[in-house]
Design a protein around this ligand. Structure first.
Ligand code: ADP
Length: 419
């Protein structure tokens, strides 16, 4: 090969290295650079200036790898690789590089690109030795796109891990707060339940005495005494109702409300409730009509609780309907298969459209409740709905302010296929 040919080959090699963003350096057994081709300026050195320089000067990242390099030179190690590191360029850009050092045992013989002396062309100023001792070859590759990607990936991973940490912390705090809350809820339930039990007994005794006095077992009453006693009994009934509702509430909240389910004739039950309510309704000049569809199948219910559900609805219908109004109670088959439908309709004050969604939530009372003299605490409907749901049924309502309300309840048929 002539020197001209070598020049062409070197130019081709330089172009190829440039195309692949690679730099090559060959160093001797003292790690002195013998030859450097760095068309992309991946190192600070130039070919000429690098001659005789330490390999560690043009690749300072190799510091700390001296032992491994020594192993390479003595044939004990395969290669040294630094897969990714960064370097600042003169223009303050960051370049990401990969570095690989391999042994270079027979320097001249392994290369096709030899000069006329059969030797690897030295950088200007370096005299090629006739027989080179073994050395190393260094590959420096510009992998900036990959490096930037990895960097971004690492950043995203770090951010993700920070966010995960924050989320875990928030979750732990939430779990602790929930635990505290549930402890407080337990304390509250226990307190309400105990207080309600304690209140119930003396209330029942007071009511019993009021009944006895009203029966005139202990002597005749004058009109004023009777009226006072009736007020006392009425107040006692109201208090007992609230206490019982509080007890039911704690039972529902703590999952201790248990149903005793039987096949029940809802028509009979509706008539029985109507009988019980009639005196109260007559006192308000309210007219109650009961309609029961013929040949209804039995419903699967807890009798006491269905009584409570329908009583609540009838009591509300009466409470929120002015004197002289009308109440309809009907029992029939629901449109859906396997269900019975009970409807309580009144001609009362109704519920404002914008508040209908809130109805049935704990302690909620609609604006229209004040239009009639009806006291309450907003517990009844919540308990009613919970009891209906415990039965596997549904409760819903339709109402128009000033026109009246309709409350509908479904119960499952006792002989439905999936019972
Ligand atoms: P309370 O009657 O003790 O206030 P409820 O839970 O039974 O509690 O009812 C909640 C609210 O729903 C009532 O305060 C009232 O505003 C409204 N409501 C219930 N039933 C009727 C009805 N039939 N007509 C009009 N409003 C009703």
């Amino acid at each position: 090969m002539t020197f001209d040919e070598l020049t062409v080959n070197l130019a081709a090699l330089t172009a190829m290295l440039g195309e692949r963003s690679l730099a090559l350096a060959i160093a001797d057994d003292q790690l002195r650079v013998q030859w450097l081709c760095d068309p992309m300026h991946l190192t600070d050195a130039t070919g000429a200036a690098s001659a005789g320089q330490s390999l560690l000067d043009i690749a300072p990242e190799l510091m700390g790898y001296e032992r491994a390099l020594d192993d390479l030179l003595t044939g004990r190690g395969g290669e040294v690789e630094i897969p990714l590191f960064s370097r600042e360029t003169g223009t303050e850009e960051t370049r990401y590089l990969r570095l690989l050092v391999r042994p270079w045992p027979a320097l001249a013989a392994n290369l096709g690109h030899t000069n006329s002396h059969g030797d690897w062309p030295a950088s200007p100023g370096v005299q090629p030795d006739a027989v080179r001792p073994p050395g190393v070859i260094l590959f420096l590759e510009d992998i900036t796109p990959i490096g930037e990607l990895q960097q971004r990936l690492m950043q995203s991973r770090n951010e993700l891990s920070l966010q995960t940490d924050a989320l875990n912390r928030a979750n732990n705090e939430l779990a602790a707060a929930n635990q505290e809350l549930s402890k407080l809820a337990d304390v509250r339930s226990t307190f309400v339940s105990m207080a309600a039990h304690e209140l119930r007994t003396p209330l029942a005794v007071m009511r019993g005495y009021a009944d006895m006095l009203l029966d005139e077992t202990l002597g005749a009453l004058n009109d004023a005494q009777r009226e006072s006693l009736e007020t006392l009994r009425h107040g006692g009934d109201r208090l007992l109702g609230i206490v019982n509702n509080l007890l039911d509430l704690t039972r529902l909240e703590t999952g201790r409300m248990e149903l005793v389910l039987h096949a029940l004739d809802l028509g009979d039950l509706a008539r029985a409730i109507a009988r019980e309510f009639r005196p109260l309704l007559e006192a308000k000049q309210q007219n109650l009509a009961v309609a029961v569809a013929p040949d209804l199948p039995a419903a699967l219910c807890d009798e006491t609780r269905v009584f409570q559900i329908l009583s609540n609805l009838l009591s509300n219908a009466s409470k929120y309907t002015p004197a002289g109004g009308r109440i309809d109670l009907s029992v029939g088959l629901a449109d859906t298969a396997d269900e019975l439908l009970v409807v309580v309709r009144d001609t009362g004050v109704g519920i404002p459209a914008d508040q209908q969604d809130q109805l049935g939530t704990l302690f909620f009372r609609a604006r229209t409740a004040n239009r009639v003299d009806a006291r309450g605490v907003g517990l009844g409907l919540y308990i009613t709905r919970s009891l209906v749901q415990l039965h596997g049924g549904r409760l819903w309502w339709e109402s128009q302010e000033g026109q009246g309300s309709t409350f509908c309840v479904t119960f499952l048929q006792a002989d439905a296929p999936d019972q």
